[in-house]
Design a protein. Sequence first.
Length: 107
Amino acid sequence: MDQLNVNFGYLFEDALIDEIKQLGVYKDFVADTTIIEIGDYIKTMPLLLNGAIKILREDEHGDELVLYYLEKGDTCAMTLSCCMGQTKSKIRAVAETDTKLIMVPVQ
């Protein structure tokens, strides 16, 4: 069984898993790589297959504030909000460890 089924099979129907496999793009990021930057337009929704991602925001002084961490089987609520509203990202997502994602097109 592949990582998509293991991590999301309990949540998604088989037909949706099959569609994600067809349309999604698998991405690997090494630790400390920026995945999403503040101000980016987000066109894909990440589903975390393995690893950990730190979600940060900047305060008015430019200092980073950690909002939360994502782990295997998670997706990012802030990213979902930006995707649906077609607005620029207000967060930075950084691979905390080596990370594997499947990026699902918003449409």
